[in-house]
Design a binder for this molecule. Sequence first.
Ligand code: P6P
Length: 339
Amino acid sequence: MATNRNILTLDEFTIQEMRAFPNATGELAGLLRDIGLAAKRINVEVNRAGLVDILGDDGSTNVQGEEVKKLDVFANDQLMGVLKHGISCAGIGSEELDDIVLFDDEISNKAKYICLFDPLDGSSNIDVNVSIGTIFSVYRRVSELGKPATKADFLQAGNQQVAAGYVVYGSSTMLVYATKRGVNGFTLDQSIGEYLLSHPNIKCPTIGKMYSVNHGNFFVFEQGVKEYITACQKKNETNGGPYTQRYIGSMVSDVHRNLIRGGIFLYPSTTSKPKGKLRLLYECNPFAFIVQKAGGKATNGVINILDIVPTELHQRSPLYIGSKFMMEELEDFMEKSKK
Ligand code: P6P
């Protein structure tokens, strides 16, 4: 019987990637597989969420002051658990936790990497069955190996990421991650519990037909952004306008769709969120790394998101991210409106 060797599993793929780096220790591959395992467990509960009493609040609120859904807590615990008991990660930062968690044991203190994650982004959609996701970001430590990780390990600019990725729990469960070698997507085959390489070498189309923004905030956006959004709605022979507006209020799903098909996602600052809503370290940076490795662009409206040097674990940033041509068009509108 012919065995289809072309469809690599995540494990086979990460091991093959290691062959390209003879000095690779396998720690990063191990960390990615650990995250994949946690995501499988999260996926089971996300899929069952409507069946078991795991919905609803557990009464606590997270550092964002938002009601914490039980699935958020479960997802956070799954990721923290696999990373703490692995050999590749010295500590984590999470949207669900006020401060970083240093694993501080003999093995973890020797680990080269730290990880930041939003364990279940879009959690407000859990109860209405809209796709949600996990977002993660991996850095090489700058602190001394053999000792506990430090805050400086977590407050590195996004351009220092060694890997970043997300899992989208949608019509199918996909894990997409990027390293300096590119972006690859894996779809979970539930029948064998393996992620299969379904989207090798993802490239973001230079132009798309979709723009994603919460129009409810339109009147508080800066002038250039309003002019760009208005232009997206007009016929335009050059850029193929008018565009379609698609926004489901779940960043992982909106940005994933635009990454694959081409498009632009905007979350500008607003009156109530003058620094933007999305979190720099575990929402903006990982997606900016992924989209830029796929040929797209990501800014905060002024500079490349990945060049921002963070000062706080949960700091927010405006985010404009997507197809290269569409981003350049937006930047033109924003630049001209400031003159
Ligand atoms: P708004 C979900 O809460 C989230 O963090 C992102 O996943 C999503 O893109 C954004 O907020 C939606 O925010 O203000 O449009 O509801």
